[in-house]
Ligand binder design. Structure first.
Ligand SMILES: Nc1ncnc2c1ncn2[C@@H]1O[C@H](COP(=O)(O)OP(=O)(O)OP(=O)(O)O)[C@@H](O)[C@H]1O
Length: 788
């Protein structure tokens, strides 16, 4: 290979090789393989706590020193978040300082940062001009998605009619209008959102999705609907000069398709290191591979943990590609495994390993049973059996490991398993344990990891006394996310007050009231179909049921306020109506003041709506703030955070309450309102269908492409979801250093999404997460009996 790889003997500092040797010796076995990389592709599969970022930084510094890298020949390190990029950059600089080497020769960037860098240098090739374009994140409720849906509906009456008719339809008018509302405001926006991200980040344009739709012979032709929506989306985006995150990568790829420019980039790049490779999408992989290539070689090192892939069922991240990359590298003896980890006490490691093996074992047992039962005709031949976990056990580190206090001594039983009576009893037990632990060791930290923010809110409300009475800080991470929703909640209610006869505005308002637990949950489409009949029913309308009446009372109160209150008092009134708490009310107050400042003398409902829309649109990006790890892991603090967000962090004591089967792993769920289409959701089916096509392209393009039918695609999506939930549990468990506290209360809310933290509410008996009783059996000493 011709890429100027000089050996250390050329280095001018004689002591450098000794220093480099010392550095190499400070690494663990798998880490050393990373540091000894010389050329070509390499995969590193690591376990939680193995020191991925630590060894990546050491290996990068060693490489910069050995190969005398400089700004015109650099090592590129790609990460997925800005905070991870900042962390690795600081670590590499530190090492280079120790080696007395200039802190150049490398660049740490997020993948999108890198793509943007490439794309903006050649706007004519990338067709991206950031000075005139606006970057958006098209959520299902974004106006771009909504307008793409409307355009698709008006251009495709036949396909739309087929959806309206669903699995069965007797032609009844009210039902037809209800279905229209469900399709326009829920099903199609969700389908558009999913399919556009999935297809785009797999490198498929609308034409390609059209082609794929020819391979699928099913009733609705979901892929054809998807292709049409995607086509409309591209038109709407172009007309508004908007771009999304995938456009940045596509733009960069367009640039480096030019042979001359590609050569310039490739010459400047010595090698590419990718961190968190399990979260890559095909498009991202394509970009980094292209940058790392030189003639017939590709200097690409990908580091990841397939067992921590927890984004693949709701984003286009798909760990299958990293798994395949690992397999290919393995066959070429280019796979290294980092299996030693010093983060946790031995018993916590044992429990995590046990979960991994048990889940995989169950999986194999279940799929054998399934295979015996029926042979699926449309499962493509090249489909490999995907098991939830890569069989990779975590090991404790060796005695001479340089990590201070590696595999620390367990606190209490190290692993503690509880079956509290109910969710209130759970908080009492957690509270008591936290007070005891942090009072004894105020330099330690703790976290309660939850599956959904509602659980976090419930915990925070019930742990209020910790700061004052016990001097223990409580940091509920979801709280700031709730604050960021306030402007759009207020906007939605004001839009309804302004135009109560709009079914869309009424539905949005009802959704907010329902999400905040102010009105009973029900099919809102029925209420929103005829706003007039719902808000002001005449004697000809059948008597409204109690949940409808409650919803109506709230809505009528809002409309009454418009008549009775001056416009400038509407926002504070809405804050009260939504039962915002102290800090939330303060945010409402601030929002109200800001609007007043902008509208001096011109205050009207219409002008308020305009200003609010502007605030929401322009602040979308400020919302994504730089995360600093430090605020999540402060000593003497208990952090309440979702399991998803806990990835990459660790705490001395980790609490995992509410481990119930209906949440973890959860059950397949189709919203009742959309059941008329069948026992599946179009969005999930389309994702599985696109993935089947893209996987086929990767593994065996010569075979005939088989797109799974909706029922099979749905089954597959559900299996992947279940596997991901178990990986999420594994990520959560491996955050603990000294104590892992897990519980499954005997009673809890029917569903957290409709739970009101009110002691008078009926609790339901709950089934524990299937792994919980097995863990109790496997670790009998960890089962804790309690006195109250
Ligand atoms: N060779 C080593 N020498 C000294 N300390 C090490 C070594 N390897 C790892 N560590 C330490 O181990 C800890 C865990 O490392 P790190 O956070 O990089 O793990 P990780 O693999 O990213 O974990 P996860 O994927 O579970 O978040 C860090 O404090 C790091 O400094």
């Amino acid at each position: 290979m011709e890429n100027n790889i000089n050996s250390t003997s050329h280095l001018s500092v004689p002591n450098l090789s000794i220093k480099l040797e010392e550095l190499r010796n400070s690494l663990r076995p798998g880490q050393q393989q990373l540091a000894s990389w010389t050329a070509g592709k390499m995969a590193i599969s690591a376990v939680p706590g193995a020191g991925k970022s630590h060894s990546l930084a050491v290996a990068a510094a060693m490489m910069i020193a050995q190969y005398r890298l400089h700004p015109r020949k650099q090592l590129i390190i790609v990460t997925y978040t800005r905070s991870a990029a900042a962390g690795i950059k600081a670590k590499i600089k530190e090492r280079l300082k120790e080696l007395k080497i200039p802190q150049t020769g490398f660049m740490v960037q997020t993948l999108h940062g890198l793509a943007l860098n490439i794309a903006t240098r050649n706007p004519d090739l990338s067709q991206l001009n950031l000075e005139t374009s606006t970057v958006i994140i098209p959520t299902p409720s974004h106006r771009v998605i909504r307008s793409s849906v409307e355009k698709w509906i008006s251009g495709n009456p036949r396909r739309y009619q087929l959806l309206l008719e669903g699995a069965e339809f007797d032609g009844e008018e009210t039902e037809r209008l209800r279905r229209q509302s469900v399709l326009r405001t829920e099903v199609l926006p969700k389908l558009a959102h999913t399919i556009i991200r999935e297809a785009k980040s797999s490198g498929l344009n609308p034409e390609k999705v059209w082609e794929l739709s020819d391979y699928s012979q099913e009733h609705y032709q979901i892929l054809a609907i998807a292709a049409g929506l995607y086509e409309q989306y591209q038109i709407v985006m172009r007309s508004l000069d908007f771009i999304d995150y995938d456009d940045m990568i596509l733009g960069a790829l367009n640039v480096i398709e030019n042979p001359k420019i590609r050569q310039v980039w490739q010459q400047q790049i010595f090698a590419v290191f990718e961190d968190e490779a399990q979260d890559s999408s095909p498009l991202q992989e394509k970009l980094i591979s292209a940058l790392a290539s030189k003639e017939n070689d590709c200097n690409l090192i990908r580091v990841g943990d397939p067992n921590q892939a927890i984004n693949s069922t709701f984003t286009p991240a798909d760990s299958v590609y990293f798994n395949w990359f690992c397999e290919t590298c393995k066959s070429q003896e280019k796979l290294a495994e980092m299996t030693q980890a010093g983060r946790s006490s031995k018993i916590i490691i044992d429990a995590a390993n046990f979960v991994l093996k048990w889940v995989n074992g169950q999986w194999e047992y279940e799929s054998k049973k399934q295979r015996k039962k029926h042979i699926n005709s449309d499962i493509s031949e090249d489909k490999k059996e995907v098991i939830p976990f890569r069989l990779q056990s975590i090991e404790t580190v060796s005695k001479d490991d340089p990590q201070p206090n590696a595999n620390p001594e367990a606190v209490g039983e190290g692993l503690e398993l509880y079956r509290p009576d109910d969710i209130y009893h759970t908080v009492d037990l957690i509270k008591e344990r936290i007070i005891e632990l942090l009072n004894k060791n105020s330099d330690h930290n703790a976290a309660i990891l939850v599956r959904e923010n509602r659980q976090g809110r419930f915990l925070a409300e019930n742990l209020k006394e910790l700061p004052k009475k016990h001097k223990i800080r409580v940091y509920e991470v979801g709280e700031s996310e709730r604050f960021s929703q306030i402007p759009s909640e207020i906007l939605n209610l004001l839009q309804f007050i302004d135009r109560p006869h709009s079914p869309d505005y009424l539905k949005n308002a009802l959704e907010i009231l329902q999400n905040r637990g102010l009105i009973p949950s029900q099919d809102l489409n029925i209420l929103a179909t005829y706003p007039e009949n719902f808000l002001y029913p005449s004697s000809l309308i059948p008597e409204q049921k109690k949940p409808v009446l409650e919803a109506r009372r709230y809505c009528c109160n809002l409309l009454q306020a418009k008549l009775e209150l001056p416009d400038y008092q509407l926002i504070p009134f809405l804050g009260m109506t939504l039962k915002y708490t102290g800090a939330e009310l303060a945010t409402v107050q601030k929002l109200s003041e800001r609007i007043s400042q902008e509208l001096v003398g011109k205050f009207s409902l219409k002008s308020v709506l305009n200003v609010l829309r502007e605030i929401i649109n322009s602040e979308q990006f400020e919302g994504i703030e730089e995360d600093s790890e430090e605020r999540y892991t402060r000593q003497n603090q208990v952090t309440i955070i979702t399991m998803h967000k806990s990835k990459g962090l660790d705490w001395d004591y980790v609490f995992l309450p509410f481990l119930h089967e209906d949440v973890l792993p959860g059950n397949p769920w189709v919203p009742t309102a959309a059941k008329f289409l069948g026992e599946f959701t179009l969005a999930e089916v389309s994702r599985a269908q696109i993935r089947a096509a893209v996987h086929h392209q990767y593994i065996n393009p010569e075979n005939t492409l088989i797109i799974p039918n909706p029922d099979n695609a749905w089954q597959e999506a559900q299996q992947l979801k279940k596997a991901e939930e178990y990986r999420l549990l594994y990520v959560a468990m491996t955050r603990a250093k000294r104590l892992l506290w897990m519980s499954a209360a005997k009673e809890g809310p029917f569903r957290w999404s409709v739970f009101k933290a009110d002691t008078s509410i009926n609790l339901h008996s709950k089934v524990p997460c299937p792994i919980f009783p097995i863990l109790m059996k496997q670790f009998p000493n960890s089962v804790i009996e309690y006195l109250f």
